[in-house]
Design a protein around this ligand. Structure first.
Ligand code: SF4
Length: 471
């Protein structure tokens, strides 16, 4: 019998085929962007949960899980006061490692599942129910069970002092129905694993509640989609045409489309990009001179590292800017902090130094750049006027592009990564860092004290090249 775990049961509940592939064909998994950075952040929250209980005991899974099962049973039998971290239990072939178990003064246990999110989510209940089901099956008296999540109001005041970082959302009262059904679910999951790969067809469940890592594998056998699927029509229009039986955009009658859908259709059919040069020029004429083309890269930690920061707060560690004068001359400058120190002050000073007073600041999806500028203004009262002024002078290139440019290779998206290669033969494929998720993972590696200095230089170069490409 193949062993199950709470994450395997969660995979089964999303899709039996996902469970089967996780167990029998893990080599077929393909992880999406940002997975690495999210993993690091999740780990830090787990470590913080342990650090908050200095008297707790970690149950190691070394040399094997049998040892962890034995240690857990012994500590409980010896009435260890706890808390216990990664306490390990097995019931009906399901093995769970409980993030935190605390003895309650009146008897029984409180169990907590640590998550790096800022609230409990519906899909967390399944994991918690599996844990409680296993614990109850092992004769543990569970009196309360919570999702221990990050408190987004927490502000780091003293380095390493994390009291108040995590909060419990008690959910035991909501788990009764799921726990009652666990026997049956586990039986079905075991049966699936004993058979050949299920041929579950891909559908909406492939991204709910999580993107499935086997999408490429499952879609491999499907008939090739049309070169220009109707789903490239934006804002839900594609889905509506699909529901009417059209899957190829080229088959949709042009006279039944209007606005942006007509533009996307015409550019796709003809292969000629839509470019309303006059309309774009008119809108951009309103912007002043000089112009600063600006882009930030930010990092967000589940466990704040720097004084005055909150969990998951977007903190800028890098920017690139191109300064364009009315006569057409262009100069590039940038900022990047990779020493692991709080980058905010140096970033704010570099902005004030590099951006001329009165310049128009052009960003692609400006609400993000505005938010970062306002946040830095709040942090540094002495620079606040200059930074607030920059935020006020921020203009947005995205809606201009959306209204006045479309190339069929954008395939219905106006994200910078899709647009830039179509207007300037500049793509991200040749770069080491290809997207925001890569940039965060690269930054985390660069600030890691264990990173070798030569490697750190390469990482810096990769980050600088990526951010410059954006501006
Ligand atoms: S891609 Fe979809 S069908 Fe395939 S295993 Fe994942 S969830 Fe199941």
């Amino acid at each position: 019998m193949v062993g199950l775990s709470k994450s395997r049961i969660a995979a089964f509940e999303q899709c039996p085929r996902r469970l089967w592939l996780q167990v029998h064909r893990r080599d077929l998994a393909e992880w999406g962007e940002g997975a690495e950075a999210l993993f690091v952040i999740g780990n830090e929250v787990g470590e913080a949960a342990c650090a908050l209980h200095p008297g707790g005991i970690m149950i190691e899974a070394e040399p094997d899980l049998a040892a962890a099962l034995e240690t857990t049973a012994r500590l409980i039998a010896e009435d260890h006061p706890g808390p216990l971290f990664e306490a390990t239990f097995m019931h009906r072939g399901v093995l769970v490692r409980v993030d935190v178990m605390e003895r309650l003064p009146g008897g029984g246990w409180h169990v907590a599942e640590v998550k790096s999110s800022t609230a409990s989510k519906e899909y967390h209940t399944g994991d918690l129910a599996t844990q409680v089901w296993v614990l109850q099956g092992c004769g543990i008296d569970v009196r309360s069970a919570a999702i221990r999540h990050v408190n987004n109001r927490f502000v780091l005041q003293v380095p390493g002092k994390l009291d108040g970082l995590l909060r419990d959302a008690d959910m035991l009262g909501m788990l009764g129905g799921i726990i009652a059904g666990r026997d049956e679910v586990v039986g079905k999951a075991q049966a699936v694993l004993a058979e050949e790969e299920p041929q579950t067809a891909p559908g909406d469940h492939c991204s709910r509640p999580h993107d499935c890592e086997f999408a490429a594998h499952c879609r491999r056998g499907e008939p090739l989609p049309p070169e220009w699927p109707v789903t490239v029509l934006p804002r839900g229009a594609g889905a509506a045409w699909l529901a009417r039986g059209y899957d190829d955009l080229l088959d949709v009658p042009a006279d039944r489309l209007s606005g942006v859908n007509a533009i996307v259709h015409a550019a796709t059919v003809s292969g000629t990009p839509y470019h309303d040069r006059g309309g774009a020029a008119f809108e951009m004429m309103q912007w002043g001179w000089p112009r600063v083309w600006l882009d930030f890269e930010t990092i967000a930690f589940g466990v704040p590292r720097w004084i005055g920061t909150r969990p998951h707060q977007q903190i800028p560690f890098q920017f690139s800017l191109h300064l364009e004068q009315e006569n057409g001359t262009m100069a590039h400058s940038e900022f990047l902090s990779t020493d692991g120190n709080d980058p905010r002050r140096a970033c704010a000073e570099a902005l004030v130094e590099q951006i001329p007073a009165g310049a128009a600041i052009v960003a692609y999806h400006a609400p993000f750049e505005r938010r970062v500028l306002r946040y830095l203004a709040e942090c540094f009262p002495d620079l606040s006027d200059a930074l607030q002024d920059m935020a006020e002078r921020c203009v947005d290139l995205l809606p201009v592009t959306r209204k006045h440019w479309y190339h069929r290779d954008q395939r219905g998206s106006w994200s910078l990564k899709k647009v830039l290669p179509t207007i300037a033969s500049l793509d991200y494929g040749s770069l080491e860092v290809k997207d925001g998720g890569d940039a965060q993972a690269t930054y985390l590696e660069a600030i890691d004290p264990a990173t070798d200095p030569d490697r750190q230089l390469l990482l810096r170069e990769a980050l600088l090249a990526y951010c410059e490409r954006d501006t």
